[in-house]
Design a protein around this ligand. Structure first.
Ligand code: GLN
Length: 582
């Protein structure tokens, strides 16, 4: 097993995750089987209890793990399926060690950070790294480990020490460290001091970065690269410039152009001869596809504008996978994506009084967008605004996609304004409601919050007599079951289904018992779809998620041709003529 550790110096939030996933992708293009682990040095056991405005969206895995959004990047870049164990947190490791201590596994010894916690971290990493993650179902060759935060934080100290020891455990040529640093531009000049200091910090912790990835606004000139190399005691080839590029998809290309892959394969002594020829060919294909994709994107000028109506819009990372899925769909429709961020509370009547400017601006944005998307969310704030946006989309024939909460608000809107159930509401949003069209799911734990929602991959069955469905035309009518990831506590109240259905709201997809409503769709509307699951977690660059694809294609006015292309691609996938490789 070979390891690539990606750590950060100076400040966090400068794209360590993208550099780490790009490194993994580059190794994949050689034919290596790559997996990844993200270490988050916080006390939460997992990301599930954190507000998206803290660290960005909570990403959900097939196994129901609620994890850091970087795991989403890894799944997308490396086309792998990860497990909850691929995300390590301080809380998770302490819990693990304390449980062992309670069982008596330490045989009376004093349990300490070093060696017990640090050993436990290494054992965990070694175990998870060996778990098959891609369609080969074989043990990976390389594991990319991303250490969250910045070196020198109190929080990350045990992990830093564990990584220092892991280098020894892995042995020579099996461990390589990329340190991501910042090279700020001050008065037009590239400043190298923070990077020098960051490398010094890393060395004093016993680490020795092999490659220095410098994040900067503009590309590093030779003098700056030489200066960093000289002061940090590395060769200039070991210093790479990761300057701003048009999109994150360009980062692997930017790295490759600077000989980064050669550095990686030399540093890890990857022997190309020992890689199976079929994997080498596959790797070369991935790389060709990736390059075509990014360059073809540069020549797209027509736009499609989507209003994203949510409550966490202050931090765009709260909706990272939604943004990625929209991007994937827009690429397939040959459109440049223009997301218009709308804070749902600004669409509410109260804002009309308190802040008329914001109110009118928000409505202008909703009315002029070509499609309206209401993503997932929790709590009451902004939900009346979301209901109003769903109403507008429904009555004006604007493409609408509601995800999880976005589907629930569409159901409330329909109940109120079409079925005439004026008090219709969700129990989550109004506990006193006379007409709870959305209710708490019976099996959910009402007290404990961590990991107790309906989570992970579950099947949705398309219902009889729904062949007219636009969404189904994308999946292909022969598909009767789809698997998508879930994360919710509330659901459509079965007692209202008949009334809603009789009034024209079709529940075209239900769970395998037929009890849980999974998909709504309107018949006489260009695209009005709500899904209880989160399709954004499974979207891929070359296999955009269908609910997103249909939505964006309708918004762009290219639904028919896109359906045809998508059906052709599905057929290729089914016949094994093609496969999803990125
Ligand atoms: N709050 C809603 C529920 O728990 C929706 C959740 C979501 O959008 N992820 O059912």
């Amino acid at each position: 097993m070979k390891y690539v550790l990606v750590s950060g110096g100076v400040i966090s939030g400068i794209g360590k995750g993208v550099i780490a996933s790009s490194s993994g992708l580059l190794l994949k293009t050689l034919g290596c089987k790559v997996t990844s682990i993200k270490i988050d040095p916080y006390m939460n056991v997992d990301a599930g209890t954190m507000a998206p405005t803290e660290h960005g969206e909570v990403f959900v895995l097939n196994d129901g793990g609620e994890v850091d959004l970087d795991l989403g990047n890894y799944e997308r870049y490396l086309n792998v399926t990860l497990t909850r164990d691929n995300n390590i947190t301080t809380g998770k490791m302490y819990k693990h060690v304390i449980e062992k201590e309670r069982r008596g596994d330490y045989l009376g010894r004093t349990v300490q950070i070093v060696p017990h916690l640090t050993d436990a971290i290494q054992d965990w990493v070694e175990r998870v790294a060996r778990t098959p993650a891609d369609d080969s179902n074989e043990e990976p060759d390389v594991c990319v480990i991303e250490l969250g935060g910045t070196l020198g934080d109190i929080e990350s100290a045990p992990f830093v020490e564990a990584m220092r020891q892991l280098r020894r455990r892995a042995g020579k040529d099996n461990f390589l460290q990329i340190h991501v640093s910042l090279v700020p531009v001050i008065h037009g000049e590239l400043k190298t001091k923070p990077t020098q200091q960051a490398i010094r910090d890393a060395r004093s912790a016993g680490l020795s970065p092999d490659l220095i990835a410098c994040r900067c606004e503009r590309s590093l000139d030779k003098a700056t690269t030489d200066k960093i190399a000289m002061f940090c005691q590395v060769e200039p080839e070991q210093v790479v410039s990761v300057h701003d590029v048009v999109s994150t998809y360009h980062v692997p290309i930017l790295l490759e152009q600077q000989g980064f892959l050669t550095q990686l394969s030399q540093g890890l002594k990857i022997d190309k001869q020992s890689i199976a020829p079929s994997l080498v060919t596959k790797g070369e294909r991935i790389w060709r596809q990736w390059k075509t994709l990014t360059t073809s994107q540069e020549h797209v000028y027509e736009t499609v504008s989507i209003a994203l109506v949510g409550k966490y819009v202050s931090l765009h990372d709260s909706y990272l996978s939604v943004i990625k899925s929209l991007e994937h769909a827009a690429m397939a429709c040959r459109r440049k994506l223009n997301i218009v961020w709308v804070d749902a509370t600004n669409l509410e009547q109260e804002t009309r009084e308190s802040n008329p400017e914001a109110f009118h601006k928000a409505w202008h944005d909703v009315c002029t967008a070509e499609g309206i998307l209401v993503p997932g969310g929790f709590g009451a704030r902004g939900t009346e605004g979301m209901i109003a946006a769903a109403h507008w989309a429904r009555t004006k024939g604007k493409p609408y996609l509601g995800i999880c909460l976005g589907m629930q608000v569409a159901v409330i809107e329909y109940a109120r304004n079409v079925c005439g159930i004026s008090g219709a509401h969700s129990i989550e949003l109004d506990q006193q409601t006379s007409d709870p069209v959305i209710i708490f799911m019976p099996e959910i734990d009402p007290v404990n919050m961590g990991g107790t929602m309906r989570l992970g991959s579950r099947p949705t069955i398309f219902q009889p007599n729904t062949e007219w469905s636009k969404l189904r035309s994308l999946y292909g009518l022969d598909r009767t079951t789809i698997d998508e990831r879930h994360r919710h506590r509330y659901e459509v109240n079965p007692e209202y289904i008949d009334r809603l259905q009789a009034a024209g709201l079709h529940f075209i997809g239900k769970d395998d018992k037929g009890e849980r409503m999974e998909i709504i769709e309107l018949k006489d509307h260009p695209w009005y779809v709500g899904v209880q699951f989160h399709p954004e977690y499974l979207s891929r660059v070359l296999a955009p998620s269908k609910p997103f694809l249909g939505f964006v294609a309708s918004a762009a006015g290219v639904f028919e041709p896109v359906v045809k292309a998508s059906q052709a691609r599905e057929a290729e996938l089914a016949n094994g003529v093609s496969e999803i490789i990125i």
